[in-house]
Design a protein around this ligand. Structure first.
Ligand code: NAD
Length: 263
């Protein structure tokens, strides 16, 4: 299937590793030019080099802390300056820390809000004028299955990611008739470095093997395994493509059947 995104410009956030990097690779494979940001400069530079060499893609990158509005804005403006326009925006960043409600200070709520909600709002506002001008745009927000089924211990993520869905649905209604489609992907357990490290930490705390922790997660997933980052990337690239032309305002889980509800 020709996805129809050759030559299009895609901004991908949190792209030095994990899910964001896989998404950037998949977009570059389909012929898109990619602008990448992430917190750590050296890992980002390495990812950018790998993507440009492997897919002969045009790649631009900027180390960025997305929890800081001025840095998020600087990334979007830099990408627009470098490529002249933006067709695709993939909102993604790190996740807020785990905690229980009474342990949290007000500032930690604001940090999570800036990292996972305001970054998406700011970046989106920066790219919409270009998308309106060309009458074509795709905004894909990576969130979590926590939106459908809150995850124990992740109260910050459970709350703030739900806000992203409320915002994205409202925005999709505003933009639908102008050719700009807005969707969210509810990410299930994907085997990234972050998830491996999380399993390792939990295993150490419980004095068990890392694979036992992963096995416990897998037991809750009808498909019996964690997802591969490439599987998520394929979904995101489809939503970012011409082929997804009648899909907007929706939230799609990719979780091997993990969520137990009907919708
Ligand atoms: P990861 O740690 O492998 O990668 C995170 C990426 O985001 C890195 O490139 C990192 O530099 C970047 N990043 C982190 N904080 C940032 C900041 N303040 N500013 C800019 N960039 C920042 O993580 P991952 O597994 O790819 O997960 C990505 C997102 O998806 C996270 O928000 C995570 O909570 C969420 N998620 C992941 C899973 C999973 O199973 N992997 C499941 C549900 C939700």
């Amino acid at each position: 299937m020709d996805l129809g995104i050759r030559g299009k410009v895609a901004l991908v956030c949190g792209a030095s590793k994990g899910l964001g990097k896989q998404v950037a690779m998949a977009l570059a494979r389909e012929g898109a030019k990619v602008a990448l940001c992430a917190r750590e400069g050296s890992a980002l530079e390495k990812a950018a080099r790998e993507i440009s060499e492997r897919f002969e893609a045009e790649v631009w990158f900027l180390p960025t802390d997305l929890s800081r509005p001025e840095e998020a804005r600087r990334f979007a403006r830099g990408a627009l300056e470098r490529f002249g326009t933006a067709h695709i925006l993939v909102n993604n960043a790190g996740g807020p820390p785990s905690s229980s409600f009474m342990e949290l200070e007000e500032g930690e709520w604001l940090d999570a809000f800036y990292l996972n909600f305001m970054s998406a709002v700011i970046l989106t506002k920066e790219v919409i004028p270009s998308m309106l001008e060309q009458g074509w745009g795709r905004i894909v927000n990576l969130t979590s299955v926590a939106v459908k089924q809150p995850i124990e211990g992740l109260i910050l993520s459970n709350a703030v990611r739900a806000a992203v869905h409320g915002w994205a649905k409202s925005l999709s209604n505003e933009l639908a008739s102008r050719g700009i489609l807005v969707n969210c992907v509810c990410t299930g357990f994907m085997r990234t470095e972050r998830v491996e490290n999380l399993a390792k930490d939990m295993a150490e705390a419980k004095g068990v093997d890392k694979e036992e922790i992963i096995g416990n997660w897998e037991a809750q997933i009808p498909m019996g395994r964690l997802g591969r980052p490439e599987e998520l990337a394929d979904l995101v690239v489809f939503l970012a493509s011409e082929r997804a032309s009648y899909i907007t305002g929706t939230s799609i889980a990719i979780d091997g059947g993990y969520c137990k509800g009907l919708l």
